[in-house]
Design a protein around this ligand. Structure first.
Ligand code: NDP
Ligand code: AKG
Length: 492
């Protein structure tokens, strides 16, 4: 008997007004894990009303007290880590060690955000007038709408929810239709930890209807979105119509540069993990390998041997390295890019096909192209699958030029044993994140996460920056002189 999940509105499990449901499919076995009710426009209205009530209560709670709820939620997440990870592997496909990492990120950001409850610093500064005191305070925004993708089913919602909560906001969240269960579980855990009713509301449903209703809702003051560039652009245009704040975390086309002085074994491990971990479905995944021509042949030979040893299969099995891709349309998208790569004249060195590990799901071989030119579509467009494109270069300047030749700017990495080379790359790579002698994936929650160019619009998630995403700054002037003082007039 398949469980049916309802909406979570005002602290209660509520039936949707649409009477419609969608299936939550395991991408490895194609079994139906659950059915989930679809929230319609009326339900989004109800969720916003509940959030407005929740905001009145929550924004009055002092931030260190809000932190108590988060700390308790982090403990519950820790206790339920294994169970949540197993459910995530069934829902999303990635291997158990990675879904454990996804839950761990949720625990880490929850603890980190709780700490921010005692650190939401403003500034104090001098006044140009006598007997006047100046400072800034951070205020919550109000009701925030969140729209999340499927590749980090609990970490990404947590990256958004926890900083927003500690700052005193209320939330309406629409999880990705491929992975709704982990968001529902996360919010149930927050409620168990003592979050007042209505502070976080979950409205599952299709992006084109439920997501759109959130973006366009006049009661929602800000949108926090992670997903594709096209959807991000549309959301930004919609938000501009109502002067709504929007923070976007979009795609990547992340390069790794391997120089001729690099530790090649270390680089090899980093490239394989960055390109094929999470089946290439990370916005930070390594999708371009920029190889110095002097080590190109040797590196490719070792890369092929290592990649061939990866086992594709059900992420629940301990021997699996690479799980399925999320759904049929992603599988077809990857196939399309393999065709494009061949037509463009790149050489397919490995993979390029669906594979069958004895299950009916969406499995694709780890795939490597070489002889890729920087302007080819496989070197420019986000594929979001286990496909790596190799581009050869003759020196650092060319490597950096190639690395920067994309509309995205999220993650980047360089392998080198030369400190000058490393610092030049840190300085010149156009990306929100640069790793030295480490893969493009594996962000830590106390550092800012996000990118430049087509990857984002200037905001950052995680770290202290995340508080900025979810607060307004108020400047405060306190004049204790007891008389009218005129700035710019009395001061000259
Ligand atoms: N930066 C990142 O971390 C990620 C990037 N991507 C990129 O996106 C591509 C496609 O993945 P996909 O999941 O389809 O990405 P989308 O941008 O389509 O979806 C991300 C989220 O936005 C929702 N959504 C879709 N359309 C709208 C809309 N018009 N208004 C409001 N919400 C909307 C989706 O809902 P629903 O699930 O119902 O469609 C989902 O919750 C990938 O190939 C990859 O390039 C994908 C995931 C993560
Ligand atoms: O790999 C990382 O560091 C985080 C990746 C991520 O959050 C994403 O792909 O959306």
């Amino acid at each position: 008997m398949v469980t049916e999940y309802k909406l979570l509105i005002g602290g209660e499990s509520r039936d949707s007004s649409t009477g419609e449901t969608f299936d939550d499919i395991n991408p490895a076995t194609l079994e139906n894990l659950a059915t989930v009710q679809i929230a319609g426009i009326e339900d989004v209205d109800r969720a916003v009303e509940a959030a407005e009530k929740g905001f009145k209560v929550w924004s009055e709670v002092p931030a260190p007290k809000r932190a108590d709820v988060l700390l308790k939620a982090a403990r519950i997440l820790q206790e339920r880590k294994e169970e949540l990870a197993a459910l995530m592997t069934e829902e999303m496909g990635k291997v158990l060690s990675e879904t454990g990492g996804d839950v761990q990120e949720a625990i880490d950001i929850t603890n980190y955000a709780a700490g921010e409850g005692r650190r939401m610093f403003g500034e104090t500064t001098t006044s140009e007038l006598k007997d006047k005191f100046c400072m800034t305070v951070l205020r919550p925004i109000g009701v925030v709408g969140m729209i999340t993708p499927w590749n980090f089913p609990i970490a990404i919602p947590s990256w958004k929810i926890m900083p927003a909560l500690i700052a005193g906001n209320a939330i309406v969240i629409k999880p990705a239709s491929d992975t709704p269960l982990l968001s529902i579980k996360l919010v149930e855990i927050l409620m168990e930890a003592g979050l007042p009713p209505g502070v976080v509301n979950v409205v599952p449903g299709p992006g084109g209807s439920t997501g759109k209703a959130i973006v366009q809702h006049p009661g929602i003051r800000a949108i926090s979105f992670t997903g594709s560039l096209d959807t991000g652009k549309w959301i930004m245009e919609e938000c501009a119509k109502n002067m709504k704040r929007v923070s976007l975390e979009l795609g990547g086309k992340n390069p790794v540069i391997v120089m001729d002085d690099a530790n090649l074994e270390l680089a090899l491990e980093g490239v394989v993990w960055g390109a094929f971990g999470t089946t290439g479905q990370r916005c930070t995944a390594t999708s371009r390998l920029i190889l110095h021509e002097k080590i190109k042949d040797e590196f490719i030979a070792r890369l092929l041997a290592k990649t061939k040893s990866l086992r594709v299969g059900n992420g629940l099995l301990p021997e699996t390295d690479v799980g399925p891709v999320i759904n049929k349309s992603q599988l077809e998208r990857i196939e399309k890019y393999v065709r494009i790569g061949k037509e463009e004249g790149a050489t397919l060195l490995l993979g390029g096909n669906r594979t069958d590990p004895g299950l009916p799901g969406y499995f694709f071989e780890p795939t490597i192209f070489t002889d890729v030119r920087p302007e080819m579509r496989i070197a420019q467009e986000e594929i979001f699958g286990p496909v790596l494109s190799i581009i050869a270069v003759s020196d650092l300047d060319e490597a950096i030029e190639v690395a920067n030749n994309t509309k995205y700017g999220l993650s980047s990495a360089i392998y080198t044993d030369n400190v000058r080379t490393a610092f030049r790359a840190i300085d010149k790579l156009e990306a929100g994140i640069t790793y030295v002698n480490a893969p493009t994936i594996g962000a830590e929650v106390h550092l800012p996460f996000g990118g430049i160019k087509g990857t984002g619009n200037g905001f950052r998630e995680a770290g202290t920056e995340a508080i900025k995403e979810f607060t307004e700054v108020k400047a405060v002037y306190i004049d204790y002189s007891g008389r009218l003082q005129k700035a710019q007039i009395d001061t000259v």
